[in-house]
Design a protein around this ligand. Structure first.
Ligand SMILES: [Zn+2]
Length: 128
């Protein structure tokens, strides 16, 4: 991974920065950026989250733990006050059938180019 790519990963986490501003800052071209998004899942996911408006500002404001109702200052993107509550929360979500997996892959980012290589390799494997 290049240094620019790593920097883009970090900067994309901030909802205050436009993607265009980040590219200008790092002097990265549009085409180069699209290639990064194609091979780098972290960048692709961050772009998806940005489009969906799911990016949270990295602020440390107290939130209420959904399990024990305790107020706490989250570390990173944790929604729970402790590992114990996180485990309990996961079990609850599974129990409610809310644990749905979203299909991965982004139609906008993916282009036919590399999918073809996969097909050829799969066909070759079948012949063996
Ligand atoms: Zn808790």
């Amino acid at each position: 991974m290049t240094l620019e790519e790593k920097a883009i990963e970090l900067l994309l986490r901030s909802p205050r920065l436009e993607a265009g501003t980040i590219l200008d800052l790092l002097d990265v071209g549009d085409r180069e950026f699209r290639e990064m998004a194609r091979r780098n899942r972290t960048i692709a996911k961050l772009l998806e989250a940005r489009r969906a408006g799911q990016l949270k500002p990295p602020k440390s404001e107290p939130i209420q733990c959904p399990v024990c109702s305790e107020w706490f200052v989250p570390y990173g993107s944790s929604r729970f006050c402790s590992d114990t509550c996180r485990t309990a929360g996961r079990i609850r979500e599974v129990g409610r059938g809310r644990h749905r997996r979203r299909p991965c892959g982004d139609g906008e980012v993916a282009e036919s180019g590399h999918a073809k290589g996969e097909d050829i390799r799969a066909a070759a494997r079948q012949k063996e």
